[in-house]
Structure formats: C-alpha cells, structure tokens
Design a binder for this molecule. Structure first.
Ligand code: ATP
Ligand code: MG
Ligand code: MG
Length: 365
C-alpha cells in the first residue's frame, strides 16, 4: 500500500482519507501543537510532534510516507521545508508560503496577471488610515495571517466603523481591500497531477453569512464566466507548477470576475463533489499527489451543499443522510454538511431554501 501523511486532523483530512482509502492508500495525520481539540473522531493514526523532535524522527513517526500534504495553509513553512528533505510535499511549501499571507498572495496573483480588488498593504497600524484614504469606503481590513471563515477581518463602511475596528487589528500586518460590489460569489476548484494533467470542476456559486460559507450550488452555468474562471485556475496551476487541488474564490461584478483569495487545498465549496461527481475533489487531490490519472469531474445534475454551522441535529425535512464530522459542538462551528441533488433546478432551490430557513431563520442571506 502507498502511504500519505496529512498535516491536520479536521474534516478535510478526514474526507481526504475516506476518499483515498478505496485507492489503496494508507494515511497518517499530524496534529500540530494544541490542535488536538480540533481533531475529528475516528480519524486513524494521529501523530503529535514531540518537543524537540527532529524532522527525520517526525517523518518516521508518520510512517515514512511517500508524499505529505496538508488540509490547511496555516502551517509552519519551516517544518514543511525540513520534512521535504525526506519526501515530496504537495502543494509545494513555496505555494503554502504565498497562500498563508494575504499580501504575498495578492502579489502572487497580480504577478500572474490576474485581477484582484484594489488593495493597499498596511503592515503597521499607522498605515491603516492612509490605506482607507486611498481606497475609500466600504473597505475590508484583513489581517495578513490567520484569517479564515471571516475571522480577523473587518468590514468598514464609514469613519466611525474604522475607529472601532482599529484597536481590534492590534498591530497585526494587514491588507486593506476596496469593498467589491459583487452580484455573486463563485469558486472554481481543479486538480493538477505530478505529470501535469489538469481537471477542473464546474463553477460553483457560494453564499456566505458573516464571512462563513453556508451554501454552495453547482453548476453555475454561464459559459463566458466559466471560461474566465478556468483560465484563472489553469494559469495558477501552471505558473506555480502546482500539484494537488487548488480552489480559487472569485467575485462576479461589473468588471467581470475578480479573485478574492485562493486556497491551496481541498475546499468547503467543493464538498458537493462527494456526491455530485464521479471523482470528488478529495479523490482527485490524492490521485494528483500520487500521480495517478485524474477522475471525472463533470456534474450530471444540479447539486447544492448546505453547511451545518453550530448545530448537532439534522434539519427535520431532510430524509437524506447528513454527513457529520464528529466534532464537539461550538457556536458557529462547521459540524457537518448536507448535499441535495435534483434534476429540476426549481425543486432543488425550494428544497435548499427550506433547509437554510430551518437552520438559519428567515433572515436574508
Ligand atoms: P474563507 O473561510 O473563505 O477562507 P476568509 O476568512 O479567508 O474566508 P475572505 O474569503 O477573504 O475570508 O472573506 C470572507 C467573505 O467576506 C467573502 O466570501 C465575501 O463575502 C466577503 N468579502 C471579503 N472581501 C471582500 C471585498 N473586498 N469586498 C466585498 N466582500 C468581501
Ligand atoms: Mg480564506
Ligand atoms: Mg474566502
């Protein structure tokens, strides 16, 4: 059997392992410091790095994997580089290094000639006001590091909100972005294998609530926008010599498609591929990093995924099975998801809106 080690032990690691095992792959998982509380139950062999343990001993503790991958970008690049002496790490640490820091990420995107919202670096607190002067309101102040699910970012629409947000940024390096007046948010996910085979999934429409994804719908069937999104995705996969699954989040606005951010990993907005395609994003990530041929990414019928945030009971009207991650309940936490499919778009919309309403109330999302 082939062995892959995954850094992280959350639901993305769990899904990669579940989908990878039928390919004859064994998995081990690295829980980095204090992260144990975030582990999903029943994962498998979890390795905790011992204090002062060198990279070689850690590599051995992980079972001498053929490849190492990660379920998240917030991971020590120094550790990755040390482990890289023993086996390939996909995606490569140079990509993780870009994706884990918003300013480096934006520069990497613009270096590839891809459009992002106007932004200004504010690496010191004193630079924040100047950045807002340049960009105007509304704007998003985002800390360069440790931002996910809308955390560590502040949307400011006037001077008062800016003053309220400033103390919260507490000296962190930030990027300030112009607020984008978007019609909707979409993401494109694709995989590139070691030998360079590329496959993209259908474009997915995403809905967020307070910065956290609550619903994804695919396929977003607008041929021009699909072509542009695929161009962005393929440009990044090739220019970065990328191996594995990459997710690109975009805004659709007057200017067309502009990139919000990228995730160098499997992505929440691709969970629908578990049921909506023959080869899920998780399968294809494992295939890509082991240089196996990529599976079919097409989506024969419309599909919706709804995130179950901060709840541990299934919406009543769901007769289909819910995928629970086996995590402890916390407010707003991603506890599971549900996938709905229907050849009739209207039926699907009705069913998914009923689920959203039951879970999150009648408020407009
Ligand atoms: P994720 O969980 O997707 O990694 P994150 O914490 O990295 O989230 P972003 O994706 O940057 O955060 O932003 C979260 C959401 O906030 C976006 O999906 C979008 O709805 C809104 N948002 C972020 N930046 C902007 C912007 N410049 N203009 C308008 N809306 C924005
Ligand atoms: Mg993000
Ligand atoms: Mg995002």
């Amino acid at each position: 059997n082939r062995r892959v080690a995954i850094i992280g032990c959350g639901q993305l690691a769990q899904m990669m392992a579940q989908e990878g095992r039928p390919l004859g792959v064994e998995f081990s998982f690295l829980a980095e410091g204090g992260e144990n509380t975030d582990c999903v139950q029943g994962l498998g062999v979890i390795v905790q790095r011992k204090q002062g343990q060198g990279a070689e001993a850690l590599y051995q503790a992980l079972g001498c994997p053929e490849v190492i991958t990660s379920e998240r970008e917030q991971v020590s690049v120094g550790l990755l580089r040390a482990l890289q002496r023993f086996c390939p790490i996909y995606p490569d640490p140079h990509i993780i290094e870009k994706a884990q820091h918003r300013l480096r990420e934006k520069r990497a995107l613009t270096d590839c000639g891809l459009p992002v919202a106007p932004f200004v670096a504010a690496l010191k607190e004193t630079e924040l006001r100047g950045a807002l002067d340049q960009l105007g309101f509304p704007a998003f102040i985002k800390s360069c590091e440790n931002g996910y699910d809308g955390k560590n970012q502040w949307c400011v629409t006037n001077a008062e909100e800016l003053e309220a947000a400033l103390p919260q940024t507490s000296g962190q390096e930030c990027v300030v972005e112009a607020g984008v007046d978007f019609a909707c948010e979409v993401s494109i996910i694709g995989a590139r294998s070691v030998s360079g085979e590329i496959k993209a999934y259908p474009l997915t429409e995403n809905r967020h609530q307070k910065g956290t994804l609550i619903l994804s719908r695919a396929p977003y069937a607008n041929p021009e926008l699909v072509a542009v999104a695929e161009h962005y995705l393929k440009t990044l996969l090739r220019d970065w010599d990328y191996v594995g699954v990459l997710a690109v989040e975009c805004f659709i606005c007057d200017r067309g498609l502009i990139i919000n951010e990228v995730a160098p990993r499997v992505h929440n907005s691709g969970h629908w591929t578990l049921e909506g395609t023959e080869a899920s994003q998780f399968t294809n990530h494992i295939r890509a990093i082991l240089d196996m041929p990529l599976g079919d990414t097409s989506c024969p019928q419309p599909v919706v995924m709804v995130n179950l945030l901060g709840v541990d009971t299934a919406p009543k009207q769901l007769n289909q099975s819910v995928c629970w991650y086996g995590k402890k309940l916390r407010p707003g936490r991603k506890m599971g998801h549900v996938i709905l499919q229907d050849f009739c778009e209207d039926n699907l919309r009705q069913r998914s809106e009923a689920v959203i309403k039951e879970l999150y109330g009648a408020a407009k999302h």
